[in-house]
Write a protein that binds this ligand. Structure first.
Ligand code: 1GP
Length: 244
């Protein structure tokens, strides 16, 4: 079964959780341990990526350890075309649709497409939308961040992505954001599109995860918490809140 079919099947049972692991944040064996823990707690997929510091070497080694230690698909969440690994099951083939730079809208995709094809990576097409504050990814990606009080603008970007043929939409507040994407924006975007809605950035506890789920997110991504000591109980309460 393709990763996309797996995700679509699982979505029929409720909201999904994905654990984001940044290859630049720990050594590969630690990444494998995090993946194993996250699988045991019920995460639905592992995303691998980060805004800076991902190299061919740390990506290959981290993705391999994750593959050996998990029983869910691993999806590469790239920051550009410079690193690509066949050790991942799929790749978010994504465009930062609100970037001011053509690099992140299409040029990196042009540079990376032949390697995706050659490696046989399954592409999961996605419109990536950066919401205020945007954090590092908003800065690096030169995003025209969506103001937090403008859900209509977010929905227009999301719908434009869907109409261009993109098969999912990601609302991103930025890793480590002090607040997640506002609930009214999530609801407004969810009502405007018919493809799965992924939400991430700044979701740090069960209350926030529940709020994001209830607002209409189909997939909730958490990253930073697994980089902190004693992440197990926190990750467990977030995944339980999403699945309850
Ligand atoms: C970043 O949305 C993800 O791309 C995860 O964000 O690190 O804040 O959980 P956090």
């Amino acid at each position: 079964m393709s990763v996309e079919d797996y995700l679509l099947q699982k979505l029929k049972t409720g909201t999904l959780h994905m654990t984001l692991i940044d290859p630049a944040s720990q050594d590969p064996s630690e990444a494998g341990k995090i993946a194993k823990d996250a699988c045991a707690l019920g995460t639905d997929a592992i995303m691998i990526g980060g805004s800076t510091g991902v190299t061919q070497d740390n990506l290959d080694k981290t993705a391999l350890e994750i593959k050996h230690n998990s029983n869910v698909p691993s999806i590469y969440f790239p920051s550009g075309a410079s690193a690509m690994s066949a050790n991942c099951d799929a790749i978010y083939f994504m465009s930062m649709v609100n970037s001011r730079s053509l690099d992140w809208v299409i040029r990196e995709q042009v540079a990376g497409a032949p390697a995706v094809k050659k490696l046989g990576l399954e592409p999961l097409s996605m419109a990536y939308i950066i919401v205020e504050p945007g954090m590092k990814v908003g800065e690096v990606g030169q995003a025209d961040v969506i103001p937090r009080d403008n859900p209509k603008l977010a929905a227009s970007y999301a719908l434009a992505g869907e109409l261009l043929g993109m098969r999912s939409v990601y609302l991103e507040a930025g890793s480590g954001a002090p607040a997640h994407v506002p609930s009214d924006m999530i609801s407004y975007v969810k009502k405007s599109i018919s493809v799965p809605l992924i939400v991430g950035g700044g979701i740090r506890d069960a209350t926030a995860a529940r709020e994001v789920r209830d607002a209409g997110a189909d997939v909730i991504v958490t990253g930073t918490i697994v980089e902190e000591n004693g992440y197990l109980s926190r990750l467990e309460s977030i995944i339980n809140a999403i699945k309850e």
